[in-house]
Design a protein around this ligand. Structure first.
Ligand SMILES: Cc1cc2nc3c(=O)[nH]c(=O)nc-3n(C[C@H](O)[C@H](O)[C@H](O)COP(=O)(O)O)c2cc1C
Length: 209
């Protein structure tokens, strides 16, 4: 089992980073492989809509996203985290998500027929963590949804959504019990979902013998 956590804040000691690490704790406690990446450490260009990925499901843009694609494919679950930037995700999270367009599969004649590559391969699981300064959820805008909807389109079932409000200064999340608890619970739920999947798969393969 492998979990990939993608941080869309440039603040390495910021609130998104802290909450993402908290969400990974339940996995680490069970010695499950996790990888936390900061998008800011990678040079990721915007999707240019060239459709070069159409036949192969591989993006033709030669930049650091090529280092992240194998991580996405190898992971059993993904956690996306972003601060609210003007009611939306950060620019680097948006660029990352757009570059996952290569994992979308369309019918050749009818583009209303489509699925995420993950869906074709049996489905995967995800969680999202959105962080905002303001206290009211509406002031976070569609930060969580801007990660949730693309993940669903890419064939992930999003089992946990954390909306961590009222966090401004980098590191403040550490003192926010509610947010820390919600992040850990999100990780626990994702872990339990993956364990349930394993259990069902084992049971089915045993019953077929
Ligand atoms: C460019 C920018 C735009 C922001 N827009 C919002 C916003 O729309 N709503 C909000 O509640 N907070 C907003 N914030 C505050 C951040 O979401 C908040 O400080 C968050 O804790 C930052 O997360 P980080 O520590 O992981 O970087 C904005 C911050 C910046 C720098």
């Amino acid at each position: 089992m492998k979990i990939l956590a993608v941080v869309g804040s440039r603040r390495k000691k910021g609130n998104t980073s802290i909450l993402m690490q908290e969400a990974l704790k339940p996995f680490k406690m069970q010695d499950i492989e996790t990888k936390l990446i900061f998008l800011d450490d990678y040079n990721i260009n915007d999707c240019n809509g060239c459709e070069g990925c159409k036949e192969t499901y591989k993006c033709v843009i030669n930049d650091d996203m090529q280092k992240i694609y194998p991580e996405i494919l190898e992971s059993d679950a993904i956690i996306l985290g972003s601060p609210a930037y003007f009611y939306n995700i950060s620019a680097n999270m948006k660029a990352f998500i757009d570059r996952c367009y290569c994992f979308e599969v369309f019918d050749n004649d009818d583009r209303s027929v489509w699925m995420g590559l993950n869906e074709a391969l049996g489905g995967k699981y995800a969680a999202v963590i959105a962080v905002s300064e303001q206290e009211k959820e509406e002031d976070m805008g569609f930060t969580a949804e801007a990660m949730l909807k693309p993940l669903e389109a890419l064939g992930y079932r999003v089992v946990s959504i954390v909306k961590a409000l009222h966090l401004f200064k980098a590191g403040e999340a550490l003192n926010n019990e509610k947010a820390m608890k919600a992040a850990k619970q999100a990780g626990t739920k994702l872990l339990k979902t993956l364990q349930l999947k394993e259990r069902v798969k084992t049971q089915l393969s045993r019953d077929q013998l």
